[in-house]
Design a protein around this ligand. Structure first.
Ligand code: TRP
Length: 451
């Protein structure tokens, strides 16, 4: 029996939910750090180019599959390629989302801890040097990190249980605009600091001589991660969209918002970092060590730090909703009676799966897999193998398994995309994207060296 799926109530709701999935730790936490160590403006420029010429076409490809079939990912591939093995793209996506959320939620938990601390004045009066130590003792405290990871998963479960409209769409419609507003405030504070201009220059003036083969590949991986591509999440999300809306327009808005937030993230962080003479440091430290230090020494700093943690929590939650929804939708297949229980059970399993990641900087830090702790190993497998593999399969599936006329019709529904643009898009998806992904893959596996 076919079930009628729930739908987004409006195009805006869809765009904000999809942008909510895209904008998260990738844009706000990882991008500034990678840019900070990989050439600043030059890295950022390459990231933007990949986002537009590879990310955007791939996003449109996922949208076409989802909206055309009106089904969650696994069923969508089954519908378009019945009797074949292509549905494994959907299954791979579900597995990848499950694993990704298990460690994503651990970082979500760290944010919960810092938000709680900043709200209760727990960071007050600390000296800049002490924040590094505080971060280490925080992420190595087993009870604290597991509890915070639990709280983050609980929040995610409660929203996703509410369903597509009442849960995900409603909370994204509130959280995303709040995120933009809070971000503008933070950026304003940051760029008006004495000495901010050096940070702005570092971030926005590309110095091409700083680029290396590795940086270019990082930028590509970052573009996939940042747009939530490769796990068919955007297939599932667009299956809740009716056929009057223009897919190219929605995709362009989502990519535009993601780029906009990435710029804001850089403008919030680098001027502050430079104004206080701090080196653009390493991943976790950048937000959890540098920012409290920076904010503790400026007027109203405590208030701005709370704001920053709130917006980071919102951004991380809306991404987590999409990861959980991807798994839940593959179980309920549109049957809303199963949603509450399916969400609770999968959420709990993901919580359990996340425990070794949560303990990776504490009691389990000695458990090394090829020299990395459990958290880093899992992140490596997911980000460098499973995501590009999924993206590659999708970029092969669309041009080679779906009729060109069907795709053309779907992409031009509710939109005035002209034939030339369509052909350029088709060419990118069919020839350019798979080749680029294969090169990245070979490079990651060390089989091929780009430079
Ligand atoms: N895009 C999110 C971020 O930047 C993370 C994310 C959510 C994701 N869903 C995904 C990444 C699917 C890859 C695939 O934080």
């Amino acid at each position: 029996m076919e079930n009628k799926q729930e739908q987004w109530t409006s195009k805006l709701g869809f765009i904000l939910a999809a942008a909510g999935s895209a904008i998260g730790l990738g844009a706000i936490w990882k991008l500034p750090y990678v840019a900070g160590t990989s050439g600043g403006g030059a890295f950022f420029l390459i990231f933007i180019l990949f986002t537009i010429f590879i990310g955007l076409p791939l996003l449109l490809a996922e949208f076409t599959i989802g909206r055309h079939t009106q089904k969650e990912a696994i069923s969508a591939y089954k519908t378009l390629a019945p009797g074949t093995q292509w549905h494994w793209i959907g299954k791979l996506g579900v597995g990848t989302s499950f694993l990704l959320l298990s460690f994503y939620s651990v970082v979500g938990g760290w944010i919960v801890i810092y938000l709680f601390r900043s709200l209760t004045g727990g960071l007050r009066g600390m000296k800049a040097e002490q924040f590094g130590q505080l971060f280490d003792s925080t992420i190595s405290n087993p009870t604290l990190v597991i509890f915070a990871h639990f709280i983050f998963m609980l929040m995610t479960v409660l929203v996703v249980q509410g369903g597509v409209q009442k849960g995900i769409e409603r909370s994204s419609k509130f959280m995303m605009p709040a995120l933009f507003l809070l971000f503008l405030l933070i950026v304003f504070r940051s760029v008006t600091l004495d000495g901010a201009s050096e940070g702005i220059r570092f971030f926005l003036m590309p110095d091409i001589s700083l680029l290396t083969g590795e940086t270019i590949l990082f930028a590509l991986g970052q573009a996939f991660f940042s747009l939530s591509l490769g796990v068919s999440i955007m297939v599932t999300y667009s299956s809740y969209l009716n056929s009057q809306e223009s897919l190219p327009k929605s995709a362009t808005s989502i990519v535009g918002l993601t780029i906009f937030i990435s710029i804001l993230a850089g403008l919030a962080i680098f001027p502050a970092v430079f104004a206080y003479g701090i080196e653009p440091a390493e991943g976790p430290p950048l937000i959890f060590i540098v920012l409290p230090a920076v904010f503790s020494s400026i007027p109203l700093g405590e208030f701005f730090f709370v704001l920053f943690m709130v917006l980071l929590l919102f951004a991380t939650l809306t991404s987590a909703f999409s990861l959980l929804e991807m798994v839940v939708a593959s179980i309920t297949k549109g049957d809303n009676k199963k949603r509450k229980k399916a969400t609770l059970v999968t959420g709990f399993l993901i919580f359990l799966m996340g425990i070794p990641s949560a303990l990776s900087y504490g009691p389990m830090s000695d458990l090394l897999i090829l020299g990395n702790n459990f958290f880093d190993s899992l992140d490596y497998v997911v980000s460098n193998i499973m995501l590009p593999l999924g993206a590659l399969l999708i970029s092969l599936f669309v041009p080679y398994r779906v009729k060109k006329a069907v795709i053309y019709e779907e992409l031009t529904k509710g939109s005035n995309m002209n034939k030339h643009i369509f052909n350029i898009w088709y060419f990118l998806v069919k020839y350019i994207i798979p080749v680029v992904i294969i090169l990245v893959f070979l490079n990651v596996l060390g089989i091929f060296d780009l430079f």
